[in-house]
Write a protein that binds this ligand. Structure first.
Ligand code: ASP
Length: 338
């Protein structure tokens, strides 16, 4: 029996057409093109249903409300389909993939985000191959997690980052090898995929409540005033993008005080590295341990995208600040190595 895959089209370059202002999503266009693809007649392809959102969005315009719409849509069609594809703009795809990983708890079926750098309407494009590959994986491999499929790689969603503004291999997961390599064959690295939850487990779709969180990169000379202003209420959580293994300008007493004041009033300050690869180790240098002493916690090797999504998710769970701090440093969906 043919597998069934539910395709959600949210917008993004993949289904855009050119206008005088640049590319914009064209309602109806992509769904029509996908339905007409001769490849869909193959036995290797699943039966598909396509749900096009309205309005279609450039992903630069997406917010957590859009993540919620996607997560609920997957939740309400979960039983009827074997896999899910989310066609999405590339600009914020890694954020959505990270958020969905936290919002969809107990996932036993693949949820695969993909898009393209060149729209399907162009003669030379990466849209067609990305759609066919995502469909092939969703129909033939029971990977129980949120993934991002792009170019020749299948990545864990909550480990992925957009690496290139114009390359066709636009994404990477710098701290985790790809879950799958797409070449002549599709090779899944099963030893890396998340374990499937028990057969009778029920998918839980978590809602995100609006919460004030942010990310701030350090730079040489950043003023304590900027940090203090950034940390003003209602800010509840901050991803501090620090240097190397998590270091900062700790000879600046005012900088440390700004962090300490915020942490002691309950702000969750998570240290993630500005480096693309590697992990935070606050104890390695005095410039890291001083941050830990004023209440900054380690984000280990989480991407900024995953750390922000995780903060939003944990602040929506009615947890104490101590529990949020503990869980930020605990692996929940394969987002960190510690
Ligand atoms: N601006 C587009 C978007 O993120 C870029 C893309 O899809 O490649 O929606």
């Amino acid at each position: 029996m043919k597998k069934r895959v539910y395709i959600i089209y949210t917008g993004g370059t993949i289904g855009m057409t050119p206008t005088a202002d640049g590319y914009v999503p064209a309602p109806g266009y992509l769904a029509e093109q996908i339905r007409a693809m001769p490849e869909l007649a193959s036995d290797l392809m699943p039966e598909v249903d396509i749900h096009e959102y309205s309005p279609l969005l450039d992903s630069a315009n997406m917010t957590p409300a859009d993540w919620h719409k996607i997560a609920s849509d997957i939740g309400s069609h979960y039983k009827q389909y074997d896999g899910f594809i989310v066609l999405h703009g590339t600009d914020t795809m890694a954020y959505t993939a990270s958020a969905l990983a936290f919002m969809l708890q107990g996932l036993r079926k693949p949820v695969i985000l993909t898009g393209s750098q060149i729209p399907l309407c162009e003669v030379r494009n990466d849209a067609r191959a990305n759609i066919i590959t995502a469909l092939t994986i969703a129909a033939n491999f029971d990977i129980p997690e949120v993934c991002l499929c792009f170019g020749n790689q299948l990545l864990r969603g909550c480990r992925s980052v957009k690496l290139s503004a114009d390359g066709l291999d636009a994404f990477a997961s710098p701290n985790l090898p790809p879950l799958g390599e797409i070449g002549v064959d599709i090779r899944i690295n099963w030893e890396l995929t998340q374990p499937a939850p028990p057969v009778d487990s029920i998918l839980r779709v978590h809602e995100l409540i609006p919460v004030s969180i942010g990310a701030l990169p350090l730079w040489p000379g950043i003023s304590a005033e900027v940090v203090r202003n950034f940390l003003q209420p209602p800010l509840k959580g901050l991803i501090l993008k620090a240097y190397g293994v998590g270091n900062g300008p700790t000879n600046n007493r005012e900088f440390l005080s700004a962090l300490e004041e915020a942490a002691s009033r309950g702000a969750v300050i998570v240290d993630c590295t500005q480096c693309l690869r590697g992990s935070v180790h606050l104890e390695d240098y005095a410039t890291g341990s001083a941050l830990a002493k004023v209440g900054v916690i380690s984000g280990f090797d989480m991407t900024t995208e995953a750390a922000l999504a995780k903060l939003a998710y944990l602040f929506s769970q009615n947890l104490s600040v101590d529990e949020i701090r503990r869980l930020m440093q605990t692996n929940l969906r394969g987002e960190l190595t510690c």
